[in-house]
Design a protein around this ligand. Structure first.
Ligand SMILES: Cc1cc2nc3c(=O)[nH]c(=O)nc-3n(C[C@H](O)[C@H](O)[C@H](O)COP(=O)(O)OP(=O)(O)OC[C@H]3O[C@@H](n4cnc5c(N)ncnc54)[C@H](O)[C@@H]3O)c2cc1C
Length: 617
């Protein structure tokens, strides 16, 4: 058995994983990063619009500072986030953006002079000061008081990912692709590393480490309609939850993006609306300002996705062979803007829709996009339940997003959290020596090998993995999408329980030997259904509406009873997650209040409790 030992094992080589790895390598520790795909093809590369940081260089960002960014983030989260973490994030983001510039990210820069910009379809003028020439500039994104999203045209993720991967190469970090972690090695108290399946040979390998960081991204692929790539499948979250001691935080907190294109659900960035694009209905008329007079198309994503769904339900959607949709209009931004700042959008529309966005409307609808939920960690990134286990990036519930993350805050989180958590891991490694139990390691390897052998020998049953997975995805689409209610959630859970039972009876269609995708899919299916059950069970239990979690039968935000975070554990031999709760935040810097957009009522928390938890800075 191939066995590899290092100080730090990072599972996932996207932006978060590589940023964590860089910090440990800079401190002289031996790090290995694993990825299913070549690192630069990690999903971070697909991010288009940009990263939020209160740099305040551009005219429309003037007066911005981390306090304003913090406030936007807390409001965006619908007061569901950990405010201590959101504060660390907002304070550190500008430093991290400048560090990225130093490492080579070609940020778009301030060009002095007069220029025009669009808001809600109308043209305005702005003036960039000569003394700011060449500084990192920013664009507008939803739910923000200032223009704060630093960007490299609409290929931000690609540019930052390449830069980070170069940094890893410079530091001599081993980044190994086509390696899939399929289980954690642990004794119930301490994590020792992971059992990994080589996707080239199909053989098992062991990676032992003093610390293990799961940075495997989000799990959009639990839904049928998602902007996420096929590699965003929740495998990392599933192996953490499978330990029985590590919970998933806020499983019901799933984000739906307003502008997935129809029918492929590929994302066109929020930057389109940030740069002045508008949403139109079947009559080719704007409607967002009717629901959201102040922010219109630039309310936070949860609100825009909800309003779009309401508008379609009211009969204003465009009927098509691929289902109902609305339009995104960026025609007025003009050829120069589209060809320089929205190049990927331009290409996506041409290649996947045959649409020229300069002259034609883009068909869009809300689509699964982001998982605020994830492996629950404390503010140092340490996972609850297992010593030596960490998580960062979209796979984690650190938790700066609460029930809705702002556009541009996720890509920024990968590098900010990666840096902060990377430093905390260094401190942990500096004070840690460890021993590995061969009994524990061998038992886990045998368990995984038996699972594979059983599958290949056809001992488990005859269920088709792709069919069962598709049914899981459809169950979440039907029962746990933008709007939720008790009846649909109960049906969803019942369906998922049947699917969970069938997921233990998979039979392969292919011969199963070597680098077989069907085996990989079958090995992770059960864990995915557990995550799906967590989403539905968390949503059923939470009898309020907060951020992206909209209960039609409980439309109010209930700060009196639900200002908390769900923790979903999966005890051994369970067939449903066990839900526990903890306070959403250790203290309030901003006590709960109205977001200023999104409407709805709030059931107030007890004022004395809030006052006792409120701190002054
Ligand atoms: C289309 C799109 C556009 C976006 N645009 C923006 C934007 O403009 N601004 C913004 O803030 N956010 C954006 N986001 C969100 C943001 O890009 C992601 O949240 C972020 O990049 C996630 O980074 P990550 O490092 O956590 O994970 P990823 O970049 O997804 O990396 C995950 C890594 O884990 C590896 N992996 C997964 N499972 C395993 C396993 N079992 N074993 C080993 N390795 C594994 C993968 O191979 C990969 O290397 C966008 C998201 C999408 C889908």
């Amino acid at each position: 058995m191939y066995t590899h030992t290092s100080d730090l094992l990072v599972i996932g080589a996207g932006l978060a994983g590589e940023r964590v790895a860089v910090e440990s390598a800079l401190a002289g520790f031996n790090v290995v990063c694993l990825s299913i795909v070549p690192a630069r093809r990690s999903h971070s590369s697909a991010a288009q619009g940009g990263m939020q940081a209160a740099i305040g260089n551009c005219a429309m960002g003037e007066g911005d500072n981390p306090d304003v960014h913090f406030m936007d983030t807390v409001k965006g989260s619908d007061w569901g986030c950990d405010q201590e973490v959101a504060r660390m994030f907002a304070d550190t983001a500008p430093i991290e953006m400048r560090r990225l510039a130093h490492w080579g990210v070609p940020w778009n820069r301030v060009v002095p002079g007069k220029s025009t910009y669009f808001k809600g379809g109308e043209k305005f003028e702005k003036f960039e000061k000569p003394e700011k020439e060449g500084l990192i500039t920013a664009r507008s994104f939803g739910g923000t008081a200032k223009w704060r999203t630093c960007y490299t045209s609409d290929g931000t993720g690609h540019a930052v990912m390449c830069t980070m991967d170069n940094k890893c190469a410079e530091l001599g970090i081993s980044v190994l692709d086509r390696k899939e972690a399929i289980s954690l090695i642990h004794d119930g108290e301490k994590c020792m590393g992971a059992v990994v399946r080589c996707l080239r040979t199909g053989k098992l390998e062991v990676y032992l480490a003093k610390a293990t960081a799961i940075c495997t991204g989000g799990y959009g692929r639990l839904y049928t309609a998602t902007t996420n790539a096929v590699i965003c499948d929740g495998a990392g979250n599933a192996i953490a939850q499978e330990t029985g001691v590590v919970p998933i935080g806020n499983p019901e907190a799933i984000q739906f993006h307003p502008t997935g294109i129809v029918p492929t659900d590929i994302l066109v960035t929020e930057g389109c609306r940030g740069d002045g694009g508008t949403l139109l209905d079947v009559n080719e008329e704007r409607f967002m300002h009717i629901y959201e007079p102040e922010k219109a198309e630039l309310a936070s994503r949860d609100v825009v996705a909800r309003r779009m769904t309401e508008h379609m339900r009211a009969g204003h959607g465009v009927k098509s062979a691929y289902g109902e949709h609305l339009w995104l209009d960026i025609r007025h931004l003009g050829d120069k803007h589209i060809s320089t700042k929205l190049r990927e959008v331009d290409e996506i529309c041409k290649n996947f829709l045959g649409v020229d966005a300069r002259t034609q409307l883009i068909p869009v609808r809300p689509t699964q996009h982001y998982t605020m939920s994830g492996i629950r960690t404390d503010k140092t990134g340490a996972a609850y339940g297992l010593k030596g286990l960490y998580s960062a990036g979209e796979s984690a519930c650190w938790d700066m997003h609460g029930f809705n993350r702002l556009g541009g805050n996720s890509l920024a989180e990968t590098v900010v959290a990666g840096g902060i958590i990377g430093k905390c891991i260094v401190e942990y490694l500096q004070g840690t020596e460890t021993t590995y139990s061969t009994a524990v390691v061998n038992a886990e390897v045998r368990r995984q090998q038996r699972r594979i052998d059983d599958l290949i020998a056809g001992r488990l049953g005859k269920e088709n993995v792709y069919k069962v997975r598709a049914e899981m995805q459809e169950a979440l689409m039907t029962g746990c999408f933008v709007f939720r209610n008790e009846k649909d959630l109960l049906t969803c859970i019942e369906t998922l329980q049947g699917i969970y039972e069938r997921s233990g009876r998979i039979g392969l269609v292919s011969n199963g030997l070597g680098a077989n995708h069907e085996v990989a899919a079958a090995l992770k299916l059960r864990g995915q259904v557990r995550l799906a059950l967590g989403i539905a069970a968390g949503a059923l239990a939470r009898k309020e509406s907060r951020g992206s979690h909209n209960r039609e039968d409980f439309p109010a935000r209930d700060d009196k009873n639900w200002l908390n975070r769900t923790l979903a554990y999966w005890p051994e031999n369970a067939d449903m997650p066990m839900l526990k709760y903890e306070d959403a935040t250790p203290h309030f810097e901003i006590p709960p209040g109205d977001r200023g957009y999104g409407g709805g009522t709030i059931i107030q928390a007890d004022p004395e409790t809030i006052a006792a938890k409120t701190i002054k800075r």
